[in-house]
Design a protein around this ligand. Structure first.
Ligand SMILES: Cc1ncc(COP(=O)(O)O)c(C=O)c1O
Length: 399
């Protein structure tokens, strides 16, 4: 008979035998998994046989998330990461080397731009930013730079530009480059870039996939070979997702379709309403027939999504006045949650950009970006009415 401490350790670490499938994926909150013998441990660690050894390398709950997103995206394989940025970093580093160039969309998420221009540039990777809707410019940049990768967002942050994935995949492949697509804004419910020729697709699962603003996570999906090339980066850099975080994203996925439909319906209603308001100079929403990306969106997106941006006359003063008046919408920088979120990109998500870069990215000083939530549309409209009145007043006081 062993003594008490030993008994406690053995008693509390004995895995339950479960022969029925649980209705939710269990949280395998374990740093490591024991092997039956030394040979099994060696085999699992070297990948000679399937299994789990250490959760930075692989974990059943995080693996279930990678596989679920791959299935929704129509991809062969998927790998989960601690954040969307860890996923984007791994995807990019798996395809570029020092001395090579990344051709990326101009209107890319600010931190992705930083990753490319600060971190990867410091390691000898060059970058060229292009307008993803100008296929001739993309073609020319790939030709001139010999870049091995073209990086775009299905729907871009924050100006809601819809990139034509099939056309961009064609251009990239003609130059022997891979197409990497950040599909965060669209979600796999609205668009599946792999079906249109993308080679790797990344998500900030922090957003629509989880949908509840209570977790950070990222996913990369693609062919088994391309995803396998990302795994050493996950293992060596250590951006592994916590099992409980994977569980929270998995809990959001079954309601993704119903949430995306509701986000899209409400967003279209508000975008159409905003277009008729006197303070509003421009509305960016691909669901509006007048939007420059409407035709591509109709071809490529199953729903138009929950992201709406609009520009107020009166610039920054009007934008901040609107934001300060919100009673229902949350003032923060994230997106894709059940609650409506409004942000002012020039002073938040894209604050790294100077005036010239902001202009090049199409970000006006009075731009507000909304992630439309699941609230009742009448209440949001009322909140926006308050915002417009406050914006009008802020401009009147300032002039
Ligand atoms: C389009 C897009 N991609 C990637 C990211 C990064 O995701 P995370 O915050 O999960 O690292 C974000 C975050 O806002 C985003 O909006």
């Amino acid at each position: 008979m062993v003594h008490f401490s030993t008994r406690a350790i053995l008693a509390a670490t004995r895995s339950p035998e479960v022969h029925q499938a649980p209705s939710a994926i269990p949280i395998y909150q374990a740093a490591a998994f024991s092997a039956a013998d030394a040979e099994e441990l060696g085999d699992v660690l070297t990948g000679a046989r399937p299994g789990y050894a250490y959760s930075r390398i692989d974990n059943p709950t995080t693996a279930a998330l990678g596989a679920a997103v791959a299935e929704l995206e129509g991809a062969e394989a998927g790998l989960a990461f601690a954040t969307g940025m860890a996923a984007i970093h791994a995807a990019l580093v798996s395809v570029v080397r020092a001395g090579q160039t990344i051709v990326a969309t101009q209107a890319v998420y600010g931190t992705t731009r930083d990753l490319i221009t600060r971190i990867l540039a410091g390691l000898g990777v060059a970058a060229e930013f292009v307008d993803p809707t100008d296929l001739a410019a993309v073609d020319e940049a790939l030709d001139r730079s010999g870049a091995p990768v073209l990086y775009v967002e299905t729907v871009s942050n924050p100006t809601i530009i819809v990139s034509d994935i099939a056309a961009l995949a064609d251009v990239a492949h003609r130059h022997g480059a891979l197409l990497l697509v950040d599909n965060t804004f669209a979600s796999p419910f609205a668009c599946r870039p792999i079906e249109r020729g993308a080679d790797l697709v990344m998500h900030s699962a922090t957003k629509y996939l989880s949908g509840h603003a209570d977790v950070l996570a990222g996913v990369v999906v693609g062919s088994r070979e391309r995803v396998d090339a990302c795994r050493p980066i996950l293992v060596d850099v250590g951006g592994a997702l916590a099992p409980i975080a994977a569980f929270l994203v998995l809990r959001g996925i079954p309601t993704l379709a119903i949430r995306m439909q509701r986000h899209s319906e409400t967003a279209l209603d508000l975008a159409a309403w905003l277009r008729n308001q006197d303070m509003v100079e421009r509305v960016h929403y691909p669901g509006l027939p007048t939007d420059p990306y409407h035709a591509i969106a109709v071809r490529q997106l199953d729903v138009f999504g929950g992201m709406v941006a609009f520009e107020l006359s009166g610039g920054q003063t009007a934008g901040q006045g609107f934001l300060d008046a919100m009673r229902i919408a949350e003032r923060t920088a994230s997106l894709g949650a059940f609650r409506t979120i409004i942000t002012h990109p020039p002073s938040t998500t894209h604050r790294q950009l100077d005036a010239e870069a902001l202009k090049a990215s199409g970000i006006a000083p009075g731009l507000l970006r909304c992630s439309i939530g699941l609230e009742d549309v009448e209440d949001l409209r009322e909140d926006f009415e308050l915002g417009l009145a406050a914006a009008r007043q802020a401009v009147a006081v300032a002039t």
